[in-house]
Ligand binder design. Structure first.
Ligand code: ADP
Ligand code: TRP
Length: 322
């Protein structure tokens, strides 16, 4: 089975990105064919500073490598190193109804937030469909916010296959309930654009500040607390197995629990979990030539698969006139 997902190089990685996508991708690579990439063409829709885009793309590559993507085993690349995806985007655009894009939540949310509307932002889901269909992916691990984009990809693939004959694999979204929507420190969805993230590679000082700012209710220490409505509980649970979650739940239900104690434990857990990766990341950051070579190898492997699907699509729509 082919598993594929991408992430925008748009800033620091947070716990939502890690648990919904990166950690699961890294686990999949042991027994699946994995395609993982940094979507810098998508980032062009909102980042208009070339140096910033370059730096963030490089850092996103280092993040994934440090967290354990194995470039020998998996196909790990930067989106723009396989420019075939833009040709497929154009081909797919012609079987993408305007109405489908007009219903896009992500476009509506971004423009409502004041991001300038442009054609790239509007057509973003078609490029995402091309990312997925170019490689015949079966399964796409993402968070719930990407569900509609996956539905659009499926609609586009079905419409293409109906119009031109079986060409593309229709992919399945992979969104487990436990990580579908990781809350931020204010209890809303954790997101870079809401300023409520806990970043996995931040300094100890910054991490402490975010963890201590997790919103909790005003239940007095001597009263039992409700784990099911507590953001702190939800975030800590991401790091715990079933038994540990049960123990934490029991501590909540007994009188005497101090939220500040739980926050200190969570701070240490996050710090310790990411310490080995933080060290690895520094090594990659300080070794750009090594990273460049790895990414070039990944692009070559991705291109080999992508060019076959693109050739088939070109033939099926009639671009091979000779
Ligand atoms: P952000 O909303 O912070 O800009 P991205 O759009 O870059 O995050 O998301 C990258 C990946 O992480 C996607 O698969 C997305 O679904 C997932 N993701 C982001 N935030 C969350 C969250 N709070 N809960 C679950 N998944 C998330
Ligand atoms: N739109 C996704 C996000 O913002 C990123 C993305 C682009 C993606 N192409 C993809 C995710 C293909 C999965 C598969 O997070």
């Amino acid at each position: 089975m082919r598993v594929l997902s991408g992430i925008q190089p748009s800033g620091n990685l947070h716990l939502g990105n890690y648990f919904a996508m990166m950690k699961r991708m890294i686990e999949y690579q042991t027994d699946h064919e994995l395609f993982c990439f940094v979507v810098n063409y998508h980032a062009l829709t909102t980042v208009f500073d070339a140096e910033k885009l370059r730096r963030q793309t490089f850092e996103a590559c280092c993040d994934f490598l440090a967290l354990g993507i194995d470039p020998e085993k998996s196909i790990f690349y930067v989106q723009s190193d396989v420019p075939e995806v833009t040709e497929l985007t154009w081909i797919l655009s012609n079987v993408t109804p305007m109405g489908l894009l007009e219903r896009g939540h992500s476009y509506k949310d971004k423009t409502a937030k004041g991001i300038a509307s442009n054609h790239g932002l509007f057509a973003y889901p078609v490029l995402m469909a091309a990312d997925i269909l170019l490689y015949g992916a079966d399964r796409v691990p993402v968070g719930k916010d990407q569900k509609q984009h996956l539905e659009m990809t499926r609609d586009i693939a079905l419409k293409f296959n109906q119009t031109y004959g079986e060409t593309f694999v229709v992919p399945e979204p992979d969104i487990p309930d436990s990580v579908a929507m990781v809350p931020g420190i204010d209890g809303q969805k954790m997101s870079k654009s809401y300023g409520n993230t806990i970043d996995i590679f931040s300094s100890r000082g910054v991490l402490k500040k975010s963890v201590m700012a997790i919103k909790t209710d005003a239940t007095p220490i001597e009263e039992p607390k409700d784990p099911d409505t507590c953001t702190l509980f939800a975030l800590y649970s991401l790091f715990l197995d079933k038994n540990q979650q049960k123990e934490l739940r029991e501590r909540y239900l007994a009188p005497g629990l101090k939220y500040s104690d739980v926050k200190k434990e969570l701070l240490n857990t996050i710090w310790d979990t990411f310490t080995p990766y933080r060290e690895q990341r520094e090594e990659y950051i300080n070794n750009p030539d090594r990273v460049r070579k790895i990414m070039a190898m990944g692009a070559e492997k991705a291109r080999a698969v992508g060019s076959d699907y693109l050739a088939l699509a070109r033939k099926n729509v009639g671009l091979n006139y000779y």
